[in-house]
Design a protein around this ligand. Structure first.
Ligand SMILES: Cc1cc2nc3c(=O)[nH]c(=O)nc-3n(C[C@H](O)[C@H](O)[C@H](O)COP(=O)(O)O)c2cc1C
Length: 275
């Protein structure tokens, strides 16, 4: 049985034909959204242990487990981290902040302990560690959603990466991937619309011949539902405010200025080789 049952309408702005019987877990994924407003209720140690078990249940390249997670509850550390991102008050207000880190240090240390040479300080290892950390964060997020918690990843903590590394005492071989705000939602958030599968998914061969028209349709659907207010339009000082600032215009604006150009330099200084 297949159906156009409304479950994908929020994600795409139109309904897809999908199986009629969609398990609750998949429905929850289709309904997923970031939450940036939290109640002050604390999150118990037991709940955190459960969420972290879910995070560690993520797949990890060769079971190398090249990531670490710093859980921040101490108000002093929290304040120091949230001061790095003053434009995002949800960081200050989240009962718990987690920082997901790529960690190629642990295995380097284990190689030394085991008396083996370590010959994989390279871009592939960096990538594997970044992917491991990201997958762990997503498993954490999915489990948090199931438990009625809300989350929001925070890449902005990397804007002042040296300050973050100092606050968290990050050693060589360890690099921030993303922060994650966690708390009980004080806001329903909303399902944000994604590009149609036609743009993101390629059948057998990569083909983006229809990009412009497909994205124009997406831009129109998105604008109709979530017109970008002037405060959500990027770099208005440079490009001005538009009556209709579409998703494609806004992302092109965003990436027209370099973001976090110092990251490769940070990695190099932390002993991570990207060759
Ligand atoms: C790696 C990563 C970094 C992000 N960084 C931030 C951030 O610094 N601040 C923020 O408010 N949201 C951040 N987000 C949340 C995205 O803005 C959000 O996922 C996106 O707008 C889509 O919304 P949705 O998750 O509700 O579908 C981040 C998301 C990811 C995956």
């Amino acid at each position: 049985m297949v159906a156009e049952n409304g479950l994908t309408e929020g994600r795409y702005g139109f309904d897809l034909e999908i199986p009629a019987d969609v398990p609750d877990g998949v429905q929850a994924l289709l309904n997923r959204r970031v939450i940036r407003k939290y109640k002050t209720n604390p999150i118990s140690e037991q709940t955190m242990a459960l969420l972290l078990s879910a995070a560690q249940s993520a797949p990890t390249k060769s079971n190398l487990q090249q990531y670490s997670i710093v859980i921040i509850r101490d108000p002093e550390v929290r304040n120091a981290v949230s001061e790095l991102v003053p434009s995002m008050p949800w960081v200050r207000n989240a009962p718990v902040i987690a920082i997901f880190l790529g960690d190629v240090r642990r295995i380097r240390r284990l190689a030394e302990i085991r008396g083996h040479t370590y010959l994989n300080n390279n871009a592939d290892t960096f990538m594997n560690a970044a992917v491991d950390a990201a997958l762990a964060m997503q498993c954490f997020i999915t489990a948090a959603d199931y438990l009625g918690l809300g989350t929001c990843p925070i890449s902005y903590v990397r804007n002042r990466i040296d300050d973050l590394a100092e606050i968290l005492d990050l050693p060589d071989g360890v690099f921030p991937i993303s922060g994650l705000c966690i708390g009980y939602p004080d806001d329903a958030g909303y399902v944000s619309m994604r590009l149609p599968q036609k743009v993101v998914v390629h059948q057998d061969l990569y083909n983006d011949d229809d990009l412009e028209t497909d994205v124009k349709d997406y831009d129109d659907r998105n604008h109709e539902r979530f017109a970008l207010t002037p405060t959500k339009q990027r770099h208005t000082d440079k490009y001005g405010v538009l009556e209709k600032c579409t998703w494609s215009e806004n992302v092109a604006r965003q990436l027209s200025l370099p973001e976090r150009a110092g990251f490769a330099d940070y990695l190099k200084r932390k002993g991570i080789n990207l060759d």
